[in-house]
Design a protein around this ligand. Structure first.
Ligand code: NA7
Length: 539
């Protein structure tokens, strides 16, 4: 392949200016490299720029979601809530970029159309929408795990005369909710947040639920000055706590089997978890709660009881309690007064599993039983998770092989970071890494740090290309699959297991996530690098 003339050339190109892209840019610039970030949106922030729907906020503790690589940033930024909302998180990322002087290395409004490996030049050529091309030795994808929204495949969606959009495409300008008849389709983490937030702001809210999720209270609260000072004084301890946790949150699983704990004691502990903030209820429980079917069933029944207590109408409660999967086998939405919203007179729940949506009409949504009229339809229908953002651009490796074809039946990677046949492509936050199975930013700090170590090693030794061997990739694949088998995750259809009814072909299990936890993942990274980057073919 010949290099197009007058091409903009860098040492590295990072695609995406979100949490990952920002940190990777900072690291590579620190190594003295010439780097540019190309970002499709008009501003930085990635997920936290796009998800502007009402109620969007962290389910991670603010202090565990913020970067931990800089004590100065940790100390200077004061979170206003223990689980910050989207506007604050976006401001935080802008603060970090400003503090580190990164903005001049970012180009906005740049959607990548194709990225093609040039065997002869040992580099990547990136073509943007509009025709501009850039090239670099290293191509780093920082394109998010939930950044390819999927709309349902329902007839008549274009006929609706009111407003409608996917939560990811929530408009920047204000959306008037007061006095509106609103439909929300979808009750995942996004739907739960939006329903909780808007129920008392709209005239009527109708929720279309296909399958319920197990939700638990978030217990958010403001951060006062004293608490912030405490966090500042315990920075090292706090980072250690997060690093020691398999989930990357400020919670450790209890190393006791559920049935080994006397009944009274375990129920008292579960009450405590239900009354505590954050994901402790999911990842700070007895370790077998999401591994052993019996333990899982008992804990699920406990949550079902807690849920029923909050809903006035037992029939509505029954529809909201999952029957097809146990607690924690899908992503647990954390909520603030979610279930109480169904006690309001202006909120209605439609069970789509019993009363399927037939079509969208000019006026609203027609189910098998009724035609509902709306002013606004909100699609909280989720994402083509983890691999979707890769599929939306054309990535072409050695011998013209397309990444989308290679990954047709599921991703193939080594360490979740590289793909055989795609030299010098670093899939930061790519499939089969720990960043999806644990708190995202700490995992990404580890992955980016490791990838930079690899680049440094290549630079110091005069190497030009790196890609995994097929054998290493196959072994990794096997290990990722085996880890699924040790959990109850495969018993539930969700984005963790690669299902999405709105995409052709995504109706079978795909192994997208490294499930052995963040601590093991970091050990595997260290093991590989300290053994001469075992499994990588570096030339
Ligand atoms: P999720 O968790 O994938 O949830 C999507 C929801 O939309 C879920 O309730 C789906 O029902 C529902 N859905 C999807 N397609 C349809 C159709 N065609 N008809 C009816 N209902 C549908 O996405 P979220 O955006 O909520 O959360 C994604 C992540 O963002 C979350 O895990 C956090 O990490 C942040 P289903 O359960 O498939 O029956």
């Amino acid at each position: 392949m010949t290099k197009p003339e007058q091409q903009e050339t860098h040492d590295a190109i990072i695609i995406g200016a979100g949490v990952t892209g920002i940190f990777m840019l900072h690291k590579l610039l620190g190594m003295g490299m010439d780097v540019t970030v190309v970002e499709a949106a008009a501003r930085l922030g990635g997920t936290w720029n796009k998800n502007r729907y009402p109620g969007c906020r962290f389910d991670s503790e603010s202090y565990s979601y913020g970067y931990t690589f800089s004590k100065e940033i940790f100390e200077e930024w004061k979170w206003s809530e223990h689980f910050a909302g989207q506007p604050e998180t976006l401001r935080y990322l802008e603060f970090v970029v400003d503090k580190l002087g990164l903005i001049d290395h970012m180009q906005f409004g740049c959607t990548v159309k194709t990225a093609t490996y040039d065997e002869e030049g040992r580099c990547w050529h990136v073509e943007l929408e509009g025709g501009r091309t850039l090239s670099a030795r290293y191509l780093c994808t920082a394109i998010g795990l939930l950044s390819a929204p999927t709309l349902p495949r329902i007839d008549g969606m274009g006929d609706f005369e009111g407003e409608s959009f996917h939560t990811y495409d929530w408009p920047e300008e204000e959306v008037v909710l007061a006095g509106k008849r609103v439909a929300v389709i979808g009750t995942g983490a996004t739907g739960v947040q939006i329903i909780s937030e808007i129920a008392d702001k709209v005239d009527q809210l109708t929720v279309f639920q296909r399958r319920p999720n197990w939700c638990a209270p978030l217990h958010n609260s403001p951060v006062d000055d004293q608490t912030h000072e405490d966090f500042k004084s315990r920075f090292d301890e706090w980072v250690e706590l997060i690093q020691a946790s398999p989930s990357g949150f400020a919670h450790q699983p209890i190393i006791r089997r559920t049935k080994d704990v006397p009944k009274e004691e375990r129920y008292a502990f579960w009450e405590e978890l239900y009354a505590s903030p954050g994901f402790g209820i999911w990842v700070g429980n007895y370790f077998d709660a999401t591994l052993d079917p019996e333990a899982n069933a008992e804990f699920s029944e406990f949550i079902a009881r807690k849920t029923r207590e909050r809903i006035d109408d037992p029939e509505v409660a029954d529809i909201l309690i999952p029957k097809d999967h146990g607690f924690g086998t899908r992503r647990v939405p954390l909520e603030t007064r979610y279930y109480e919203q169904y006690n309001r007179d202006n909120v209605r729940l439609v069970d789509v599993s019993k009363s399927p949506i037939e079509c969208i009409t000019a006026k609203g949504i027609k189910t098998a039983e009724e035609e509902h009229e709306f002013d606004l339809i909100i699609y909280a229908t989720g994402f083509d998770a983890i691999t979707g953002a890769f599929d939306r651009m054309e990535i072409i490796g050695r011998d013209g092989e397309k990444l989308a074809d290679k990954w047709m039946d599921g991703p193939q990677t080594y360490m979740g970071i590289q793909v055989p046949g795609f030299p010098n492509l670093l899939t930061l936050a790519g499939p089969q890494s720990a960043s999806h199975g644990s708190n995202f930013p700490p995992a990404i700090e580890a992955v980016c740090g490791w990838a930079c170590g690899l680049i440094e090693y290549m630079r110091d030794n005069g190497y030009e290309t790196c890609e995994p061997t097929n054998a290493a990739h196959e072994e990794w694949e096997k290990s990722v699959r085996e880890a699924y088998g040790n959990t109850l995750i495969p018993t539930a259809k969700s984005w963790f297991t690669g299902y999405n009814s709105n995409i052709e072909g995504h109706d079978k299990m795909r192994y997208l996530v490294y499930l052995r936890g963040a601590v093991n993942f970091r050990s595997e990274l260290v093991d590989v690098s300290s053994n001469g980057y075992r499994g990588f073919d570096i030339r």
